[in-house]
Design a protein around this ligand. Sequence first.
Ligand code: TMO
Length: 312
Amino acid sequence: MKKLFATLAVAGFAASMAFATAVRADVPESEDPIIIVQNNWTSQLVLSTVVGKVLEDMGYTVEYAPSDSQLQFKAIAEGDMDFQVEVWEGSMKPAFEKAIKEDGLLDAGTHDAITREEWWVPSYVADKCPGLPDWKALDKCAEIFATPETAPKGRFVGPPADWGKHYAERIDALKMNFKAVNVGQAATLWAELDAAAAKKEPIVLFNWTPNFIEAKYEGMFIDFPDPAKHPECKDNANLCGAPRSGWLKKAAWKGFPEKWPAAWKVIQNVNFSNAQIAAAAKLVDVDGMTTEDAAAKWIADNQDIIAKWKGM
Ligand code: TMO
């Protein structure tokens, strides 16, 4: 009897050890680095660092790699990189969906945030151009947006090329009186906007929401034909604007769930709202923090949310 008890006790002890091992020593399930993609706009940089810090805190090795917004999806599908935190419908849907279909990229879930990426004007422009935000009204006023480079056509200040938007093609398809002049990086968009706003000069530029701009300037997106109401835009997207209520998703390498199961749970749970994304961008673009400091502050301010991601 004594012996049986001792045997049971040992078995029980061994079982509880095994349980403790399962909970703790399993993470990280692999020491290989989880490579998180960094793109070239602020909220993505801050929030990818937030996710990286959370995974590091769990014991994972994290590395960051810059990538192009269009080419990244195939690269993630092929395992060159493992996770991308902000996939925007308005600019990335075709490349994202192609990589899912052809290369086995994983859709790692949808954020609560509702997004829009579109031509945008600060509010004072509406006084100089009646009928906004309708695109035809904008087109009638094209000349007030002209610069020496584009006159007599209006200048549209377009995004960096890798955001995948071909506004020259939309301008052609809709026979608009504009010329697209693309910037090389996001900071140039905001420099152009600041310079124009200081003198209340007309400007129309690429912008998106959620973004820090909404904390700094009032303005409006231009309403192009709504793709939700124009089926012909399925065949020729250039005849329509971007989706007015777009999704925001996450993308991951197909081997992620098996290689790092606990991290996979976390990245599936990662879910940002419009306000959280705008706030992340504002910490850097308005408050002047570094990406690193902004991510640390975001984490300090959102402990309850991070506990939820971890299933705690
Ligand atoms: C992809 N972006 C949010 C910059 O439009």
